[in-house]
Design a protein around this ligand. Sequence first.
Ligand SMILES: [Zn+2]
Length: 349
Amino acid sequence: MPEQTPQRPDHGMLKIDMHTHLLPAEMPNWTEKFGYGDFIWLQSNSPDTAIMRKGHAFFREIKANCWDAALRVREYDAYATQVQVVCTIPVMFSYWAKGTDGLELSRFLNDHLAEIQAADPAHYVALGTIPMQDADLAVGELERIKGLGMPGIQIGSNVNQRNLGEAEFRPIFEACERLGLAVLIHPWDMMGFGDMEKYWLPWLVGMPAETSRAMCSMIFSGLLEQLPGLRVCFAHAGGSFMGTVGRIEHGWRCRPDLVAVDNKRNPREYLGHFWVDSITHDKRVLEHVLDLQGSRRVCLGTDYPFPLGDLEIGRMIEEMDLAPNTMEDLFHNAALEWLALDKARFAAG
Ligand SMILES: [Zn+2]
């Protein structure tokens, strides 16, 4: 975020950014602790920067706004945005690890996220992480996440290249529905990564495809149909699903023998039943998403503090000349409904 950002107009409207990432300032060297694998861990570098390492190798440098909660509140103030929904960075998911190690890592991150929320509930809402590679351990951690007062979780778009509609994940989604925990689906471990590393294509092409992959799997497997109380939000405005929904629907019509084998319902009918964030970087694309989803199902999100995020928080939306009630939906109603949170919690924010 630029340091000399002009103050954005304050509409006096509660703004909740429901897609942001936060890490603890310090964490163990998991590779050393567990004795295998290329786990991501943080090595502090200076008060302002830290080095993310993947096993022993340099991964990337991050700045203090990745972990400093008070600094982040000040940065959000410049955009008249009161609330940050924080979750870990997808590279921390570590679904490839042993289940018990994934659980230990999840518990460490969740305890930290819960502390951030408890220390400043007017500014912070925390989403947990779970070891998706072991459904039993994951369900146990969901119960703990609920007990810690977190309203939901963030999971990846695939688990070791297994799709989210597969039967082994069903108990996890059933538990989320039963516990009333919201689910954010975030692209990661992008398909075809090794085939297209040049030009940042895993992020520019792979990520939107990953999100559509997760959504299609959850629709066509019947997961969303069978768990109607499950509140799911897909990152990056639903990825490529929103631009290809016509193709997906047409495929369902012309080859039901391939597509409609586990769920007979038209995939288009799920639009407006799940949530997406607003990260499009394009007004016309966001208008299209609003048209497909309805404004109660599109939440302000930024991917703060990372460079591919929409870091001028809410600015594009404010420039779109939307009706005040549509802006209210985008800025807080959609997120409050997805997370099942009461607006009054943030009144003092
Ligand atoms: Zn993100």
